[in-house]
Design a protein around this ligand. Sequence first.
Ligand SMILES: Nc1ncnc2c1ncn2[C@@H]1O[C@H](COP(=O)(O)OP(=O)(O)OP(=O)(O)O)[C@@H](O)[C@H]1O
Ligand SMILES: [Mg+2]
Length: 502
Amino acid sequence: MSDALSLETVGLTKRFGAFTALDAVSIKVRAGSLHALLGENGAGKSTLVKCVMGYYHADDGDVLIGDRGQEIGSPRAAAALGLGMVYQHFTLVPNMSVAENLLLASGKVPAVVDWKAERAKMTRFMDSMPFRVPLDRPISALAIGEKQKVEILKQLYLDRRLLILDEPTSVLTPDEADEVLGFLRGLVDQGRLTIVMISHKLREIYAYAEEVSVLRQGKLVGAGRTADLAAPELTRMMVGVETLAQPAARAPKPAGDVVLDASGLVAADDRGRRALDGASLAVRAGEILGLAGVSGNGQRELVEILAGQRDPEAGAVKVHGERYAADRAAARKHKVVCLPEEPLKNASVPTMSVAENLALRRFDLAPMARGPWLSDGAIRRAAEKLIGEYRIRTRSPATPIAELSGGNVQRTVLARDLSEEIDLLVVANPCFGLDVKATAEIRAALVAQRNKGAAILLVSEDLDEILELSDRVAVIASGKIAYEAPIAAADRQEIGKRMVAH
Ligand SMILES: Nc1ncnc2c1ncn2[C@@H]1O[C@H](COP(=O)(O)OP(=O)(O)OP(=O)(O)O)[C@@H](O)[C@H]1O
Ligand SMILES: [Mg+2]
């Protein structure tokens, strides 16, 4: 017997005010298949699946689940039908444990929780999963990849029959992605589950999905079997071009003076556990140092220290040979820019407009500020320029940034920060959530900054990205630098080994 549910949308249309985000979209997802939903940033992918889940109400069109028309009024109604979704942004309660989050997700919290029985059930469930997360750990203490795994585990715990995953692997390493998707593929093959997966990663789409539907500017522009679609054709369907921007070659000039010099950094994570354990590294002008590592090995704390969001317990950070205070004044003086992960949360003000967010770094400088007043005209003009250059899809500069698609939030933050004059750039996973075209463009922008003489610390869980862009490679494991080599001497297998050795 098959438990998996089919899904069909017929002429689904969704407008936000005068803007049509979905324009009569009809897709068919067979029961017991893994179907990829593709398209560039802002194409309408998240909007489509949110309509299916009853999170948004479509203005027109129908949703069929298991061949029956359904009026799905809310995510709760969707859940009752066996539908679950992992959203593009985290939905976990940060100061509760993994176990508490699993319990909350069921939606039926009894007045008195029989923790012993619940624990036994959860432990049995966790033991049956190939990837695990400690049940007692608070969500806030998890690395970003672990949080994503909890989101997926939560849905599996609830025994869904149709699971929608909105960019489930954008924060996972390729190995983690294979572990998760391989397991989900197995459930699909057993006929227990149908999966709709939104992804920008061609490798995954070809490895795990049998069929695709492609959206562009709110319309369905193509669909078919992955076996029948070659990669250039798929790329063209998604972003309108067959070949992508290649990063300019790294100009072959020797690196300059040391710009960032971090030595002996020691810091605790949010649970008080030692996350950085004497890490030292230096980055010179005109070079990209790629820092590889499995998430949760101290990268986050390192970036937070450099961004001035965390004080080290020991060690020192110097920029241009001077002790670096990591506050706004020091960052401006030394031309330091830090780009953290989760930009909507960490690097933007969700309720402010795109234009205001683009001006965040400069709002107190001329010409944005005239005495105590901000110049709306100057802010708007500067924003329009960046929106054009970085092709940010927004209805207007005045749109609140929280209304942008995930990839366009990322583009906004990158546009703001990469348009600065930069001596030191610290970036963490800059291409998470970007479509293939934007990924190529951002990588090209990083190399261009490096060629102009910026020192770049590229923290990334994507080893391919590191090997493609870096002049030197280092590995962080258990809070220490476990490996360092110039790119010409860097050995992929050795790096992989050092990443997991403790
Ligand atoms: N709540 C909202 N209010 C207004 N406009 C919205 C809202 N949600 C989405 N939009 C707009 O609808 C369009 C489609 O957004 P959507 O989030 O569906 O894109 P996406 O294909 O998921 O992109 P990404 O790959 O960047 O996640 C975008 O132009 C976005 O700005
Ligand atoms: Mg989206």
